[in-house]
Design a protein around this ligand. Structure first.
Ligand SMILES: [Zn+2]
Length: 245
């Protein structure tokens, strides 16, 4: 079942005590709330999906996130036990940023999506291996590379930050910075528009690198059983804005 208002949901779980007097005016009968006890996606259900259908489901999930109508899920032992295999719909490459809760952003539960994360959502051999497992072995239909506004890793790459292992890690994002600099001239992390352009470029470059470095995924794409798309998460609104190259 769906909860119509997120503040009500928060109140029920005792995390919005300051709103107690407001919500108390319209008492909710908690005994009538029945969290969704989902079945985990089966292989047959996964195989019946198309990449476009999966994309549509992600759009719809993000709309619920925006509307405050997230599905209230019951991740009880019974549900976890049912997840004997996994046949998720998609794999999402996201930044590690704590303000981007990937499953919530798309209103997904156990067994629904693979999520792979690193600071700056770039592609390397480890990420590609996970994607090839997700799509070729486990049958996922969509790869989504999702950057986000105000990305600290992208800002660090723009400013050429040197710190421990960050120095080497940020090198993965530097080619995108240089691409934007070719058009815009040099920029800094305090230039919001410049940062935004690098964030988008970095997503598109990650997609290009997937295609360049993974013949396995390119084959699936050619067969029409896989789609690779990019997006940027809007920190203010929670909206996922899809990119066109
Ligand atoms: Zn980030």
């Amino acid at each position: 079942m769906r909860i119509t208002k997120l503040p009500t949901l928060l109140f029920l779980f005792g995390t919005l005590s300051s709103a107690a007097s407001v919500v108390a005016a319209e008492p909710t009968d908690i005994s009538k709330l029945r969290p969704l006890r989902e079945r985990v996606l089966t292989q047959a259900e996964q195989q019946a999906l198309t990449p476009d259908k999966v994309l549509e489901m992600l759009h719809a999930g993000n709309q619920r996130f925006l509307d405050g109508t997230l599905t209230l899920r019951d991740h009880s032992a019974q549900v976890r036990k049912a997840a004997v295999g996994q046949f998720p719909k998609a794999i999402i490459l996201s930044c590690v940023d704590s303000r981007v809760p990937v499953e919530d952003v798309f209103d997904r539960g156990i067994g629904d999506i693979f999520v792979t994360r690193n600071a700056g959502n770039f592609v390397n051999v480890d990420v590609l291996g996970g994607m090839e497992f997700a799509c070729k072995v486990a049958g996922a239909k969509l790869i989504l590379v999702m950057g986000h506004e105000d990305c600290g890793a992208v800002k660090g790459a723009i400013d050429n930050v040197k710190l421990g292992n960050l120095t080497a890690m940020l090198k993965n994002i530097r080619p995108s910075v240089r691409q934007v600099e070719k058009v815009e001239g040099e920029g800094t992390s305090s230039d919001e528009q410049f940062v935004q352009k690098v964030i988008a470029r970095n997503v598109l470059d990650a997609i290009a690198n997937i295609r360049k470095q993974s013949p396995v995924l390119v084959d699936l794409e050619k067969q029409g059983t896989l789609k690779i798309v990019g997006a940027v998460y809007n920190m203010d609104s929670g909206a996922v804005e899809f990119l066109e190259d």
